[in-house]
Design a protein around this ligand. Structure first.
Ligand code: HXC
Ligand code: NAP
Length: 283
């Protein structure tokens, strides 16, 4: 769907790029010519991904073990990255989440999620943006949110709060840094099967993670659908898109807006619809 060299000459940092959706985005960026830098806490996952990308695509991949909750660690990583060249793209993808009753959350549980998603994303954005501004260079920040950033999520309250904060950062920086040539955009995905999300959000029925019945298109997202969107948004072809949050969820988040009653209407047969028409036509 793209020119093979869409991202050639670009250097992209993907936080949490060793697993799941971050890994899929990284693979697509590398296929399109970008040099990759991936970070996370588990160095073995990063190393494994680096080896796979080098073997499959001949990609240039640098890994950084970094806990993005630690501002000094983020600063040290950025300084190391920039010492060998400038960065063009930051993807704030790393996240933590689990389902729990909110009344039972300890303060450490709340802080664990806010620390990764809200603080970590802000530390990365600021460390990167400051360098772009000092070097008078353009850049793109792509934040991976979830639809709960826009609509909330019962039983995932810290995640929904943190992602809403990152949505606000996306729109705020679009205006503050736009004049400096730095774009800020976001993707709000619905369900895309990954081991990380499945084990925390559907621990009892991993096989049922897709939840396809809740999705108007009756299927979950394909990783390629998200990674192609992520490639487009950071490319120069999307150069006038700034501050936008693109929802990619098969229509799932609109299901509730249309009312839960419409769910059962999907299963009504023609006889039922005829009887409804009989009752509802004006007399
Ligand atoms: C209640 C929990 C908990 C749980 C941890 N805690 N898991 N509380 N229910 N399931 C509490 C702990 O008891 C502890 O509090 C505090 O949180 C910190 O826990 P640690 O294990 O010490 O934290 P840490 O090692 O930093 O791990 C962070 C984590 C973990 C977020 C808890 O799950 C993680 O590393 N996640 C990263 C990957 C991930 O979550 N991927 C899914 C992304 S999916 P106390 O008080 O006991 O000390 C996603 C989808 C969005 O974002 C929406 C999809 C539709
Ligand atoms: P995942 O594989 O668990 O991805 C999370 C990544 O973040 C892991 O690589 C993890 O690596 C890294 N990470 C977590 N805490 C970190 C920290 N403190 N410092 C650095 N890295 C850290 O789950 P995923 O499903 O691919 O999620 C990726 C993104 O998509 C997240 O932003 C998530 O909210 C979003 N999303 C996913 C779905 C879905 O259905 N899958 C839906 C909506 C949104 P380490 O553990 O090694 O640090």
């Amino acid at each position: 769907m793209f020119q093979d060299d869409l991202l050639k000459g670009k250097r992209a940092l993907i936080t949490g790029g060793g697993t799941g959706l971050g890994k899929s985005i990284g693979r697509r960026y590398a296929e399109l010519g970008a040099d990759l830098i991936i970070c996370g806490r588990r160095v073995e996952k990063l190393q494994e991904t680096k080896e796979v990308f080098q073997r499959d695509i001949g990609a240039t991949v640098t890994i950084h073990q970094c806990d993005i909750r630690d501002p000094d660690a983020v600063e040290a990583m950025m300084s190391d990255i920039w010492s060998s060249g400038s960065l063009d793209i930051l993807v704030n993808n790393a996240a933590g989440n689990f389902i729990a009753q909110t009344k039972d959350l300890s303060h450490r549980a709340i802080d664990a999620i806010l620390g990764i998603v809200l603080h970590g994303s802000a530390y990365c954005a600021v460390a990167c943006g400051r360098r772009w501004i000092e070097a008078n260079r353009p850049g793109v920040i792509l934040n991976i949110l979830t639809t709960s950033a826009l609509y909330g999520a019962a039983f995932q309250v810290p995640s929904a709060m943190a992602k809403a904060g990152v949505a606000s950062m996306t729109r705020s920086l679009a205006v503050e840094w736009g004049p400096k040539g730095i774009r800020s955009v976001a993707i709000a995905p619905g369900p895309f099967p990954t081991e990380g999300a499945g084990s925390r959000l559907r621990p009892d029925d991993l096989d049922d993670f897709p939840m396809a019945d809740d999705i108007p298109l009756r299927r979950v997202g394909e990783h390629s659908e998200l990674s192609n969107l992520a490639a487009f948004l950071v490319s120069e072809e999307a150069g006038f898109i700034n501050g936008e949050i693109v929802v990619i969820d098969g229509g799932k988040s609109l299901q509730g807006v249309n009312g839960s009653a419409t769910q059962s209407m999907q299963n009504w047969d023609d006889t039922k619809w005829a009887s409804i028409a009989e009752k509802t036509r004006g007399r």
